[in-house]
Structures are given as C-alpha cells and as structure tokens.
Design a protein around this ligand. Structure first.
Ligand code: SF4
Length: 508
C-alpha cells in the first residue's frame, strides 16, 4: 500500500506547471526545428524561427512561452492500491497546485479563467478551477500528466458523428481549412475516434500528451489501421499548404496523434483538437517517496536560430504615418513598428460597444483616432520588465467590432487606422478594412516573450478592472509584424495557402 501525501501532490503539480510554462518539450523543439530547416516560404520560415528564438529565450529567462498561459487540464491515473494522506479532494489538490504555480512571484502566469461563462465572466484571478480527469487503474502509484492549453487552439476543437462508412480523412481535410490560423500552426492534431461523443473528445485531448514521434512511424512504416491513418492525414494536411501561422508553406502539422476505442455499430464519433505553438505538457509519477520535480533540460537542446537582419526590413514610425504610406504596404511585407499603440481584446471591445450604444463617451485619455490597436492580454511583468510576454491573440474574435472601430468619429466610430493581431480576418473585417482603407498587421502567435522585448513602455489607460484585458498604451520599438491585410482588403491568409497548395501539388 502506497501513501501519497497531499503536500507532495500539490508541490509536484505546482512545479510541473511552472516547468511547462517556460520549457517546450524537446520532441516539439526538434520537430519544429526540422520544419524550420525544410520550410521554403520565407514568411513561414521567419514565423517558425521567431517561435524557436522565443522558446530559447523563455527557457533561459524562465518566463512563459506564450502570454496565454492556458487552462490547466490534467489526466490523473490513480492506482487502486494507493492510500491518500490528504484532506482535499483530487480536484482541490490540483487546483491548489495551479493557484500556487500561477501566482508564483518569480514567474507569475496569466490568470485566464472566468467564472460564470454565460454571465458576467469574471476572472477568478488564480487560473482555477482546472479541468481534472481521473481514472482508477491497477497498481500502487499515481500517474499525472498536466497540460496548459491556450484558448486560441482550444477554440478550434471539432467534433462530428460520422456514419460508419464515411471517410475520416475527408472530414479532416474539409475541416482543417475552416480552422484558420487561430490555433497557431504548426502544431499537432489530436484525434479521438470511437466510444461516445464525450469519450472521443477526451481521447483527442489525451492523445496530445504523447510525444511528437511520427518520424519513427514514417521510418518503420504503418502496420495498423490507426498508424496508416496517422500517416495519411499527416501527408494530406501538410499538402493543404496552410503553413506556419496560416501564411502558406510546407508544414502545417508536426504530428497526428490518434486514440481510439470500441464504439456503437451505428456510430463513428470523431473529435479533433489542435495543439499550438505553445505545446505545454509534462508527465510524472508519485510513488509515495515524496514530491516529483522534473529535471531542467539542457539549453543545448535548443537550436541557434539567426535573428532577422533588421537592416533589410522597412522601419515604420506609426506616430507619424500618412494614409499614403499605409496604402503602399504590400500583403506579406515585413515591417518594424515604432511608436505608441493601444491594446484591447474581447472584454474591452464589448465595453466600448456598450458605451457607444448607450451614448456615452470613452474614458478620458482613450482616443483611437488615427492609431493602431494591438489585440493582446499580456502577462504581468517581473523584475525590470516593462511588460511580461505579450504576443497577439486571435483577431477574428474582434471582427464584429471592426466597423465600429474603423469608421470615422464623425460617423460615430473610433477612427482607428490599423489593427495588429494573429490569424486571418473574416469577411466582415475584410470589407471594413477595404471600406476605410485601414490595414491589418500580424505578429507571430507563440512568440510572446520575443514580441514583449519590443515594448519599451507600458501604462494602463482604461478599464483597469479588466486586468490583462484592460486597455494599455505600449510604446514599441522595432516590433516585428507582417502586413496580413492591405488597404484594399487583400489577405495573405487567403493568397498564401492557395499559392503553396499549388506549389506542393506541382512538386509532387
Ligand atoms: S501559441 Fe497561439 S494558440 Fe497557443 S496559447 Fe499562444 S496564442 Fe494561444
């Protein structure tokens, strides 16, 4: 009989969550580096390079790989012969570990969990509660896997009830393009096949806890139907040409993970959940001998990626920019932004809309006219940081506000000149961008710590009560961005994948 002490459990969870906030798994780094070396689209290669540089910086600085430090999900397998020396439930012990990890003063992680999701959506401030899956198994140990899943990739989860003879490959190939780039590819796709609806979703999520190892399968060849399916989906999804950050390119997925189980003769449930550039999970075991602390990796695990040659890029002062200059920017062009930008994401946009609808004015000091907004919810700073990791969030969620934000003040709008975020824009935003001759720039999702180094000053200008969702003013210097939608509404997220799909087809 093994006795597991409450404090050992909590300390182990806390330590593992801090660990995964700044260390990418080695298998993921290796696979990403291979994709970097192989990539032929310069924009996609640069995006992967930024993710790898960011990853090394985070490992060195012990700061989060992404500003979205995720919702904690754990899979806990408890041996039937384990006895607990604990007052708390397993859920409460995990949550205590989450609380401590996310409020660690040396590396505070962003609290992203809101209570009452259909109501006021108030941030719980300590990233609890987490999602805990418990399974009773044979043995006398507790086996724990913790993951921190970003909202951008979790939002792209899909589920379908296929007919037994339908093609899973066809459904995946039809569905992946509809997911856009909000899941920050390249990453993994986890599939759960069989069981019931909820079992399929669970298996899809759990499959993402396995290491990236499809290269081993590619070398040895498929023997089972699941292995064949992994290889076929991997090959065909990469042939879609979506590429890193949806810019078009050779690698969209680094691996396809599949878990399956028996199902009803009438059913073929299929769940698909993507894992993003911030792939974060760790596995450890408690055997009664004390807390588990995962050994730090060696920094030599990270490749040396050359930084972009800034002298080759167009430098732009956005404090002093004309409409003519913005009109000259080409889709796909790389820019280095300097000047003052405002921030805002879901909650701030809703507040602005509520104020507009009720005929009230914006808080003092908030004026979007002729300015750029950056969709971001940063991590709190530590030490001499101006701001913590501050990468872009998915812009499509703000599409419905684009008319209000871009239309002129005379017409009751905000008079915004441009937007900065990640992933593609929907038709509504594209139309508004073209109508108002605005522009949409993208920063690399998953390169949050790297991006934050371009932010030289930061201050909250409104809605402080929203925490990370407040409106900040950032002073940036050489912030790397790509023109994703030009003033005519042309989008690289449409043209890039289309071009690369054809190139891949032509090259066999
Ligand atoms: S890498 Fe992208 S999808 Fe993943 S957590 Fe960060 S912003 Fe979200």
């Amino acid at each position: 009989m093994t006795i597991i002490k409450q404090q050992d459990f909590i300390d182990s969870v806390e330590s593992a969550l801090q660990y995964i906030s700044y260390y990418h798994p080695k298998d993921f780094i290796d696979a990403l580096y291979k994709a970097y070396l192989k990539e032929e689209n310069p924009a996609a290669k640069d995006a992967i390079g930024q993710i790898l540089i960011n990853s090394r910086m985070c490992a060195e600085g012990k700061r989060p790989v992404c500003q979205d430090t995720g919702i904690v999900t754990s899979f806990i397998k408890i041996g039937m012969d384990v006895q607990w020396d604990a007052d708390l439930t397993v859920q409460d012990m995990v949550d205590e570990g989450v609380r401590r990890a996310y409020k660690n003063p040396d590396n505070p992680l962003r609290a992203s969990i809101v209570a009452n999701p259909v109501g006021p959506r108030v941030n719980t401030k300590d990233n609890t509660p987490s999602v805990v899956h418990v399974e009773m198994v044979k043995g006398d140990k507790v086996d724990i896997t913790v993951a921190a899943k970003g909202g951008g990739s979790e939002n792209k989860s899909k589920f379908v009830m296929l007919n037994p003879n339908d093609s899973i490959v066809d459904w995946v190939l039809k569905t992946v393009p509809t997911m856009g780039a909000g899941w920050c590819p390249p990453g993994m796709l986890g599939l759960g096949i069989g069981g019931t609806a909820e079992k399929a979703m669970m298996m899809a999520k759990e499959s993402l806890m396995d290491p990236v190892n499809i290269h081993e399968l590619q070398e040895k060849g498929a023997e089972t139907s699941v292995e064949k399916l992994r290889l076929e989906i991997m090959d065909k999804v990469n042939k879609l040409g979506i590429g890193a950050q949806g810019l078009g390119g050779l690698t969209t997925v680094l691996d396809i993970k599949i878990k399956d189980c028996p199902t009803h003769a009438a059913s073929l449930p299929v769940a698909m959940i993507p894992n993003c550039a911030a792939t974060r999970h760790a596995h450890f075991c408690l055997d009664g001998s004390g807390a588990s602390y995962i050994e730090a990796p060696n920094l030599s695990d990270w490749p040396e990626i050359p930084q972009a040659d800034k002298s080759q890029l167009k430098r732009v002062n956005i404090d002093n920019i004309s409409e003519q200059e913005i009109e000259s920017w080409q889709p796909g062009e790389s820019l280095l932004l300097s000047g003052k930008i405002l921030t805002g994401r879901d909650a701030a946009h809703k507040k602005i809309k509520d104020l507009v609808d009720s005929g009230q004015s914006l808080p003092d000091g908030v004026d979007f006219e002729g300015r750029f907004i950056y969709y971001v919810g940063p991590v709190d700073p530590v030490g001499d940081e101006v701001v913590g990791p501050a990468g872009p969030t998915t812009s499509t969620r703000m599409d419905k506000y684009s008319e209000m934000m871009l239309s002129s003040k005379a017409d009751g709008g905000m008079g915004l000149m441009g937007m900065i975020g990640k992933s593609e824009r929907g038709e509504m935003a594209l139309k508004a961008i073209a109508k108002y001759k605005a522009v949409y720039l993208m920063a690399v999702g998953g390169a949050a710590y790297l991006v934050s180094k371009a932010i030289k000053q930061s201050r909250v200008v409104a809605f402080e009560e929203l925490g990370m969702e407040a409106i900040y003013e950032f002073t940036v210097e050489d912030m790397p961005v790509t023109v994703a939608v030009d003033t005519k509404g042309n989008s690289v997220h449409k043209t890039g994948p289309a071009v690369w799909k054809i190139k891949i087809e032509e090259n066999g």
